[in-house]
Design a protein around this ligand. Structure first.
Ligand code: PEP
Length: 249
């Protein structure tokens, strides 16, 4: 059976004290049966978060990582740096990284390959912009993103890949894809993976939905057969809201 996953992307939010408070509030919620829960604090709070969550089922993951092993890349973080502090999973390809930091599909292919080489899990984000959907190009755009960044990976790498379909028009906008739109795209994505690899790889890969998921809409979206959980932005900054979303799965 495929994993169910809910991951919170805290982006560039929360200072040290606020990070500690959010973690304490999440820990107080108790256990999360049947679902993998992950949180992605900003990089300078990763060590603190790993330490605070050491005895908890909540996994700490990175928001980004550089493709090079090491070297003169001021401000960047490598796979082995993440691993050295106990972070073994990383979000790659978030639309904000693509839009504001010029991350291309080609660069993302390198990042994914580096993460896989280090045996790290990758939560790979992709999704169309509003104009793509309005022009009915959304399937084509998603196929291209996946093909360029992921489809050179060997079958064996797919055990470490989590897909996160995040239509850009739904991120932080309050506008969510309808459960039917999410299911349609997730089924399409699973079909692409089956075509490129095989039925078993496609059946086993978790495909998360991201884009204005809230406690009020999570259950309906998560009820769709090809939606295996969510990548949550804004609502992940509040422990009650995030826990309610986790419980919706
Ligand atoms: C995100 O940034 O990945 C995201 C889904 O954000 P939000 O939930 O705020 O739309």
């Amino acid at each position: 059976m495929r994993k169910k996953i809910v991951a919170g992307n805290w982006k560039m939010n929360n200072n040290k004290e606020e990070t500690a408070q959010l973690i304490a509030a999440l820990k107080a919620k108790g256990s999360f049966a049947g679902v993998e829960v992950k949180v992605a604090p900003t990089s300078i709070h990763l060590v603190q978060a790993v330490d605070a969550l050491i005895d908890s089922a909540i996994e700490v993951i990175g928001q980004n990582m550089h493709q090079a092993t090491n070297g003169a890349y001021t401000g960047e973080i490598s796979a082995s740096m993440l691993q050295s502090i106990g972070v073994n999973s990383v979000i790659l390809g978030h639309s904000e990284r693509r839009a504001y930091f010029n991350e291309t599909d080609e660069a993302l292919a390198e990042k994914v390959a580096t993460a896989v080489k280090h045996d790290m899990e990758v939560v790979f984000c992709f999704g169309e912009e509003l104009a793509d959907r309005q022009n009915e190009q959304h399937f084509k755009v998603v196929e291209e993103q996946l093909s360029k960044a992921l489809f050179s990976l060997p079958n064996t790498a797919w055990g470490k890949i989590v897909l996160a379909y995040e239509p850009v028009w739904a991120i932080g906008t309050g506008e969510t894809a309808s459960p039917e739109q999410a299911q349609e795209m997730h089924a399409f994505i699973r079909g692409l993976v089956a075509q490129q690899y095989d039925a078993s790889v496609a059946e086993n890969v978790a495909i998360l939905y991201g884009g204005s998921v809230k406690s009020a809409n999570a259950q309906e979206i998560f009820s769709k057969p090809d939606v295996d959980g969510g990548l949550i932005g804004g609502a992940a900054l509040n422990a009650d809201d995030f826990f309610a979303i986790v419980q919706s799965i």
